[in-house]
Design a binder for this molecule. Structure first.
Ligand code: ADP
Length: 427
């Protein structure tokens, strides 16, 4: 289009005189330019040639002509699309120059219905594709939100089931997205709830069983006193027994309390201490009990090292183990309390020469209310809670506990804690 305009401009600017007839002649010589309209103006914008002759003599100040004449030498091209008749209209203007002077302007216009139709069909296709895409987006969002809310609903239902007490319930989300992750976390949580619920129930049933025994004894003893004619001595004996049972109830409940406390985090109150002095104190405290059965206590605290621990906890651990070592010992037996260290650990060992623990019982020894010989344990005031408490306290102080035993020979409890070596100042 712009080439056509330039061709016409170069032919016309070569004319000596610019008027309607000279330009008409030049246009005829150029042959068919196949344009809808062609206009030539003088330098003032007045039309001197027009394919629509009625406009000659008027000013043809079309935007393209104005710009082409203003910017001298610059060709101007523009097009727009007529929506109403589906045609594309393009315009081009080229200034006419003679020895560098502006003498007029050539303007041509094309009205192309073929290209217009093409653009129109392209537009229609784009519109159709856009509509289809929009529809797909709406459909996709709808399906997605439907699936999303269904899966969310699934989690909510599971929550309600758990809230109603069914801790075995599991949610099955499927897929590989955040909701699946949420479902896994949820299952993990309910699993833990289930475990702690089972522990709680076992504790309650164990505890009530343990409490029932002394209560039943008390009931029996009181019934006997009330129903039988007894002399004062027997009555006193029975009342003494009731007192013993009440004492046992007291011991069980206070041990249950300390077991609950053993679960509380104590990290903040821990301090770095040497274990020796505490173990000496424990040995002193159990010595009178040991004397009753003529048991010899040996202390070997040579390899003492600093550990991060709560002093009261260490006392309770050592006291319980030493007390058991005496309770389950044989007359004239031995109890040894020793300390040594490996590279990283301080090792406390409490060994006795007592009855020992049978192999099938050793795996249960740290369980609450577990007793190998119920009669013997009860006779010595045991509740089966001591070792469970010891283990809980050892663990909360970052330690470890193990047991080795040979029936008829004796038992060794080994407790280890990480050593906390403090920097030694060279001065
Ligand atoms: P109890 O209050 O009955 O002593 P513990 O939890 O301290 O409870 O101990 C549990 C059981 O482990 C005891 O009843 C006893 O049968 C056994 N036991 C613990 N320590 C020893 C030991 N040093 N030698 C033999 N048996 C032991």
């Amino acid at each position: 289009m712009i080439e056509k305009c330039q061709l016409a401009a170069s032919e016309i600017s070569a004319l000596e005189v610019l008027n309607n007839s000279t330009i008409s002649e030049a246009v005829t010589q150029m042959g068919s330019l196949k344009v809808t309209r062609m206009i030539v103006t003088d330098q003032s914008g007045m039309i001197i040639y027009d394919t629509q002759p009625d406009r000659i003599g008027t000013y043809g100040l079309f935007p393209e002509i104005v710009v082409a004449m203003r910017d001298r030498g610059n060709d101007v091209f523009s097009w727009w699309y007529h929506y109403r008749d589906g045609a594309m209209q393009s315009h081009a203007a080229t200034p006419l120059l003679s020895y560098g002077n502006l003498i007029g302007c050539v303007y041509i216009m094309e009205h192309d219905t073929t290209q217009g139709a093409m653009i129109e069909s392209l537009q229609r296709t784009v519109l159709q594709v856009t509509l289809i895409l929009e529809l797909a987006v709406i459909l996709f969002s709808f399906t997605f939100s439907k699936t999303f809310s269904r899966r969310l609903q699934q989690i909510m239902t599971s929550m309600r089931i758990i809230r109603d007490g069914d801790y075995t319930h599991k949610v099955n989300m499927g897929g590989h997205d955040e909701l699946t992750f949420l479902g896994d976390e949820f299952n993990d949580l309910t699993e833990r709830l289930n475990t702690s619920e089972q522990k709680r129930q076992r504790f309650i049933s164990d505890a009530s069983h343990e409490l029932k025994t002394p209560l039943a004894s008390i009931k029996l003893l009181t019934d006997s006193i009330l129903q039988n004619d007894m002399d004062l001595v027997t009555i006193r004996e029975f009342v003494g027994d009731i007192g013993d049972e009440a004492e046992r109830l007291n011991r069980i409940t206070s041990k249950m309390l300390s077991l609950t406390k053993a679960d509380i985090d104590i990290a903040a109150d821990s301090e770095i201490i040497y274990m020796g002095p505490t173990l000496e104190r424990v040995a002193r405290m159990v010595s009178s009990l040991a004397q009753q059965s003529n048991i010899d206590i040996a202390l070997n605290l040579e390899q003492d090292s600093p550990v991060l621990i709560l002093e009261d906890d260490l006392y309770q651990i050592a006291f319980n183990l030493a007390e058991n070592g005496i309770k389950y010992n044989v007359p004239n037996g031995k109890l040894s309390i020793s300390l040594r260290r490996t590279d990283d650990n301080a090792i406390l060992q409490i060994t006795d020469t007592g009855v020992g623990i049978p192999e099938d019982a050793i795996g249960h020894i740290f369980e609450r209310f577990f007793r190998v010989d119920k009669a013997r344990s009860r006779a010595s005031g045991g509740s089966g809670l001591g070792l469970a408490i010891v283990r809980a306290i050892v663990l909360r102080n970052r330690g470890d506990i193990s047991v080795e035993s040979v029936v008829g020979q004796g038992t060794t409890f080994t407790v280890s804690f990480p050593v906390f070596d403090t920097e030694v100042d060279p001065e």
